[in-house]
Design a protein around this ligand. Structure first.
Ligand code: SF4
Ligand code: SF4
Length: 324
């Protein structure tokens, strides 16, 4: 009997939504398990790290890794998986770009620990205890992973072969990525297994854009009754579609929510926030710098808005790097 290729599904700093997306393949998941042996999937099955350590280097045909890296355990698992795998697929916005947890890079490690263990109104911590990587309890040593200074995307820690973005990735792209692996029909290494077009190119509202959009006011989605048939930008609502890769199936647009960027930069663009800012600058209808400043100040939390899923891989990177 010919051995089936081995597949691992690992999670690092993850909410579990990416694993849930794999489960959401439903019957298609059975085709995957027919064609491959899932030898590691901590969220679904009782596998331990030593099962991976016992494998030969490169014995896993494909590892699907979701979540960001923020502590020493996540880094260790990422490196172990890399060593044992022929291919590593960064799965989901957190693995591809750092994801929403990457917004923590706007704060220092110290800020975060102080808030969580001292300052948050719900904290009761009379002894002022903070987590320690090593501590003695009843003569025994307890260890915890080290909490790092910042959040990293997967490719900032290990080499990544392919990327599948989304928060989480949609089932059609997951199924086609797995099919490409199993049939050995993958594009060149380093590719993103999603369309190369910008979201605007596939959005049905694109046809409602006038030849030239001119925004006189910036509105937030909850402040208006948005027309579900008209381009958000035309309505003065910031939608990141011009700078973001398509392929999500317009899941947010279809429920009348503007694109927030979980598919990351469109092909060939390094920094989706900078790309969107340049597109925005071209459509603001202002007379002078004062009006421009007033309009830009209408964007509440610009870093959070423009880099909700991609701060760790952006030019900005993190507040700490900028300050040092
Ligand atoms: S990409 Fe989204 S769904 Fe996946 S782990 Fe990150 S936050 Fe969760
Ligand atoms: S800006 Fe948003 S709403 Fe307008 S066409 Fe692009 S994706 Fe669609």
């Amino acid at each position: 009997m010919i051995a089936k290729p081995k597949v691992a599904i690992a999670w690092l700093g993850s909410c579990g939504g990416c694993d849930e997306a794999v489960v959401d393949l439903n019957e298609a998941l059975l085709q995957v398990t027919d064609a491959a042996d899932v030898i590691f999937w901590p969220i679904a099955l009782d596998y331990k790290y030593h099962h991976i350590e016992a494998l030969r280097d490169g014995e896993i045909a494909l590892s699907i890794v979701n979540g960001h890296v923020r502590n020493s355990e996540q880094e260790e698992v990422a490196k172990l998986i890399r060593k044992k795998s022929q291919l590593v697929l960064a799965f989901g916005a957190c693995a591809c770009f750092g994801g929403t947890p990457g917004l923590a890079n706007l704060r220092t490690k110290e800020d975060i620990l102080n808030w969580v263990y001292r300052d948050a109104p719900t904290v009761i911590n009379p002894k002022g205890c903070y987590p320690q990587t090593r501590s003695q309890v009843n003569g025994k040593e307890l260890t915890l992973p080290e909490f790092y200074e910042r959040v990293y995307a997967l490719n900032q820690v290990i080499d990544v072969d392919y990327y599948l973005p989304g928060c989480p990735p949609p089932p059609d792209l997951i199924a086609s990525a797995l099919k490409a692996v199993l049939e050995d029909k993958l594009p060149p290494r380093g590719s993103t297994l999603a369309p190369q077009k910008a979201l605007c190119d596939t959005c049905k509202r694109n046809a409602t854009k006038p030849a030239r959009i001119a925004i006189k006011d910036i509105k937030r989605i909850h402040e208006v009754d948005a027309n579900p048939d008209v381009c958000f930008l035309e309505q003065g609502i910031l939608c990141l579609g011009p700078a973001i890769r398509g392929g999500c199936g317009e899941a947010c647009i279809n429920i009348n929510i503007p694109c927030r960027g979980c598919f990351g930069p469109v092909e060939g663009v390094e920094d989706s926030g900078a790309k969107f800012l340049s597109a925005l600058a071209a459509i603001l209808d202002v007379e002078d710098d004062g009006e421009m400043r007033e309009l830009i100040e209408r964007i509440d939390d610009p870093a959070g808005y423009l880099y909700r899923f991609s701060l760790p891989v952006s030019i900005l990177g993190s507040k700490r790097i900028q300050e040092s």
